[in-house]
Design a binder for this molecule. Structure first.
Ligand code: GTP
Ligand code: MG
Length: 227
């Protein structure tokens, strides 16, 4: 079973790419050959910005990825900066395309970090939402959340969506400068209601270890089901 992490967020611009790059480094330090995949990128004029950034970082950490080009990393790019459903004019998404792309990337790495677009409830076509990709890829999801006022609501909504879909997941805060009020306004709630809190930047290694443990646990559960 491959090791796949699907990176999503409570919304666009919360820090999926930023987090992915940090985790690439954490997994590399743990001795894993990393890979990246960004199935859909919108707002592309020229080269896909996220895909290029991810590929550049991943190639430094795993030189085997130098065999790949940007089109191997981003399967579908659209110029309009909008939900794929709108940017791709409602056309049906071909999941086979994504599967083949992932297969190629996975032949060169031990773990692949897949960056979604926007958040979980972003429509891709008439049938699919972004959350369906986490299912389809059989990936462990990492939800990245923000630290601004409103983060409790946003985090819980996304966690509820993941729980409803029975998806394996972890979540982490991506706090930024300007989020100083977080410790007074939102952190007390999280500290009381959750056992482990991960902060991108501070807890990258612990988060990477927890994600690996989660993936392995899921794989064990799957094989138990098969038996
Ligand atoms: P989309 O893929 O467009 O939905 O956004 P995203 O969720 O991938 O967000 P991204 O990681 O691109 O972050 C948005 C912007 O904020 C980028 O310019 C990042 O460099 C910047 N950024 C994100 N997180 C941090 C952070 O913790 N610190 C700093 N200094 N900049 C950050
Ligand atoms: Mg991004």
């Amino acid at each position: 079973m491959s090791q796949r992490i699907f990176i999503t967020a409570t919304n666009t611009n919360v820090g999926k790419t930023y987090t992915t790059i940090q985790l690439l480094e954490a997994f590399t330090k743990m001795g894993l050959r990393v890979g990246v995949y960004k199935p859909i990128e919108t707002g592309v004029n020229g080269l896909p910005a996220d895909g290029s950034l991810l590929l550049k970082h991943a190639q430094v950490l795993n030189p085997q990825l130098k065999a790949l080009r940007i089109n191997d990393i981003v399967s579908l790019s659209c110029s309009l900066p909008a939900a794929p459903y709108v940017a791709n004019k409602g056309k049906k998404i071909d999941l086979n395309l994504f599967d083949h792309a992932l297969e190629k990337i996975e032949s060169l790495c031990d773990i692949v970090l897949i960056e979604g677009a926007g958040g979980l409830m972003v429509p891709l076509d008439e049938e699919l939402m972004m959350i369906d990709l986490a299912h389809h890829f059989k990936a462990t999801t990492l939800l990245v959340t923000h630290c601004k006022l409103g983060c409790i609501n946003d985090t819980l909504l996304s966690i509820n969506a993941l729980k409803q879909e029975n998806l394996p997941y972890l979540w982490a805060f991506n706090c930024r400068s300007g989020d100083e009020s977080f410790t007074q306004t939102s952190l007390p709630y999280f500290k009381t209601h959750f056992n482990s809190l991960y902060l991108i930047g501070r807890d990258n290694t612990a988060l990477a270890q927890a994600l690996l443990a989660k993936i392995r646990q899921e794989n064990i559960q799957e094989s138990v089901c098969v038996i």
